[in-house]
Design a binder for this molecule. Structure first.
Ligand SMILES: Nc1ncnc2c1ncn2[C@@H]1O[C@H](COP(=O)(O)OP(=O)(O)OP(=O)(O)O)[C@@H](O)[C@H]1O
Ligand SMILES: [Mg+2]
Length: 326
């Protein structure tokens, strides 16, 4: 399953991503955690020391390696230089699994020990001002998008991405890559305005969007969120002393997380798991092609000097049945 946490800056994306990752790891599930947020804090939220977090390899710095590995022997992709973030896989491309070992994980992932399990963590690397504009050749999240577009994931294994609700993910199609998107919203007008914008983009693409209320205190907060987002409100989380203790550098055992918050994490997992039945690999592949053609026409062809539409393998559908070449 591919799961995104999005929302306004400071809403609690990283906090809730990290709790969900801890919850999955404690349940023994294979997990790849991805930090694609502007402020790179997921490593710290998973308990890494500052120096450890700073030493994580940045996916954004390893794009040539990622592209070279993923294009494999795909004859439609002549070189890593002509592969852009939306270039879809086709026959000959290397596909990825959540749990396998491969050169991409070797280069970009590090294991993080959590209570009850180990997860793989990958980070885009810190964003610069240049990353925050429109669709960009050097986009940090491009590496994550390539990863997701080549990933064949199954039930009971999880990729959890902590990311912003920014224009970059709408332009590239990144926002369509998830089985479910959890939009973290504080019970404020600003918090729900990001929800409205996201919902607008998501409407035409079958994106499953559920709101997770955060820092919700009492009935008035709950009523506000219900009134603003209606049925899309999945669950709410209140202030967590467990989180606060962790932020003081004294992480309690995960088993000591407050009951209400533990139940909320179960609700998130149940909602994610339920989307498995909605899986449609054909649509998933069509959407990546759609956004690739859009990006090719708007900047990619010009930037690479190639006709990037020719990279699309018309007969290819990503999915469990597709074999990856050795
Ligand atoms: N439920 C909670 N209980 C206690 N503290 C919380 C909770 N949710 C978030 N916080 C605190 O609020 C602050 C912002 O949360 P967090 O970093 O998760 O937000 P974010 O959306 O990832 O922000 P950014 O946009 O900066 O990446 C952090 O200090 C975090 O510890
Ligand atoms: Mg964050």
């Amino acid at each position: 399953m591919k799961i995104a946490f999005v929302g306004k800056g400071g809403s609690g994306k990283t906090t809730l991503s990290s709790l969900f990752i801890r919850h999955l790891a404690a349940a023994g599930a294979p997990v790849v955690a991805v930090d694609a947020d502007i402020n790179q804090h997921l490593g710290a939220a998973l308990g890494l020391e500052e120096a450890e977090a700073a030493a994580l390899p940045a996916m954004g710095d390893r794009l040539p390696l990622i592209k070279d590995y993923l294009r494999g022997s795909n004859p439609r992709i002549a070189s890593a230089e002509t592969m852009i973030k939306t270039t879809p896989p086709g026959e000959g491309s290397r596909l990825l699994r959540v749990s396998e070992n491969n050169p991409l994980y070797d280069a970009c992932a590090r294991e993080v020990e959590l209570d009850g399990g180990t997860v793989r963590l990958m980070v885009t690397g810190p964003f610069t001002d240049a990353d925050l504009g429109v669709a960009c050749y050097h986009s940090k999240t491009g590496a994550v998008e390539l990863y997701l577009n080549h990933l064949v994931d199954g039930r009971d294994e999880y990729v959890v991405v902590d990311m912003t609700a920014g224009s970059d993910s709408f332009a590239s199609g990144m926002f369509t890559r998830f089985d479910i998107t959890f939009l973290v919203a504080e019970p404020t007008r600003k918090g729900v305005s990001v929800y409205r914008q996201y919902k607008e983009y998501a409407r035409d693409f079958g994106v499953v969007l559920r709101v997770v209320g955060n820092k919700v205190q009492g009935q008035d907060d709950l009523d506000f969120l219900r009134a603003e987002v209606g049925e899309d409100l999945l669950v709410t989380v209140g202030h967590s002393d467990w989180v606060r203790a962790m932020e003081k550098g004294r992480p309690p055992r995960f088993a000591l997380l407050e009951d209400a918050n533990r139940r909320a994490l179960h609700t998130l997992q149940a909602a994610a798991d339920a989307t498995y039945e909605l899986r449609d690999w054909e649509r998933y592949t069509q959407q990546m092609v759609h956004f690739h053609l859009k990006n090719a026409a708007s900047w990619g062809n010009e930037r690479t000097g190639a006709d990037l539409a020719a990279q699309v393998d018309p007969g290819f559908v990503l999915g469990e049945g597709v074999a990856t070449p050795a």
